[in-house]
Design a protein around this ligand. Structure first.
Ligand SMILES: *Cc1c(COP(=O)(O)O)cnc(C)c1O
Length: 236
């Protein structure tokens, strides 16, 4: 894909994000775009950075570390969120390169993030991933398990973790009701948790991808994670 195509895609997506927000009665700039650059090279990211995009998402730590170290060494600043399921032995690299782990899905992972962040004196933003769709396997299984995790945070167990909100993946289907129901589940979880834990700013709702981000924005997304519609199809 040529450079100008990425720039044009970014402009179009930004515009339809703003439109979807306004249509939902929200401020046009109330939704942040996470450009998902997995399987696309550093040059594609740099093209997006040059077009004004500052926030990126990757789901494989090794790929992301090599790519974003290269990008930053070349003098570009790009903020990175980890959005994919994270193995324990990848946490050390993940916390070094990212400002947020969106895919926190189990207490053991929180303990490992805490340990690795403590070592380097870094506090990292986290989102709790909730399992809301049929076909994805990732995420905390229910609101109760997230409540327990937040309760551990509130008790001071994880001083280097800064809870900011929630993330989910809708089922990969054209059934609009199933997709909507998945996003509503996340929003409902967020509302309940914000009432229980007012000490944390649990304001982020990361939901919506290339196929379903307009539905997600209608349901309250504050971040949408879009790959294909910006960078084109991935060649695996
Ligand atoms: C790949 C990926 C995306 C982006 O998906 P597209 O359909 O390419 O927009 C969003 N979120 C997660 C967790 C992903 O793994």
């Amino acid at each position: 894909m040529s450079d100008s195509v990425i720039q044009a895609n970014l402009r179009n997506i930004q515009e339809s994000i703003r439109k979807a927000a306004v249509k939902a009665g929200r401020a046009p700039d109330s939704v942040r775009l996470v450009a998902v650059s997995k399987f696309h090279p550093a040059d594609a990211v740099i093209e997006a950075v040059s077009a004004g995009q500052s926030l990126f998402g990757e789901n494989r730590v090794q790929e992301a570390a090599a790519k974003f170290e290269d990008i930053r060494a070349r003098g570009y600043s790009a903020d990175l969120h980890i959005i994919g399921s994270l193995q324990r032995n990848k946490v050390k690299d993940a916390v070094r390169i990212a400002s947020c782990i969106q895919s926190v899905d189990r207490p053991e992972l929180m303990a490992e993030i805490e340990k690795q962040c403590a070592k380097i004196g870094k506090t990292i933003d986290i989102l709790f991933e909730l399992h809301t769709g049929e076909d994805s396997k990732s995420g905390f299984p229910d609101t109760e398990s997230i409540r327990q995790a937040l309760s551990d945070c509130a008790e001071g167990k994880f001083p280097h973790l800064a809870p900011k909100g929630f993330m989910t993946m809708a089922p990969n289907t054209t059934d609009k009701d199933a997709v909507t129901s998945s996003f509503v589940k996340l929003r409902t979880c967020a509302e309940q948790m914000q009432r229980l834990f007012p000490q944390f700013p649990l304001t982020e709702l990361s939901m919506g991808m290339s196929q379903d981000y307009e539905i997600a924005i209608a349901e309250g997304a504050t971040m949408v994670r879009i790959g294909t519609a910006i960078f084109g199809e991935r060649s695996y």
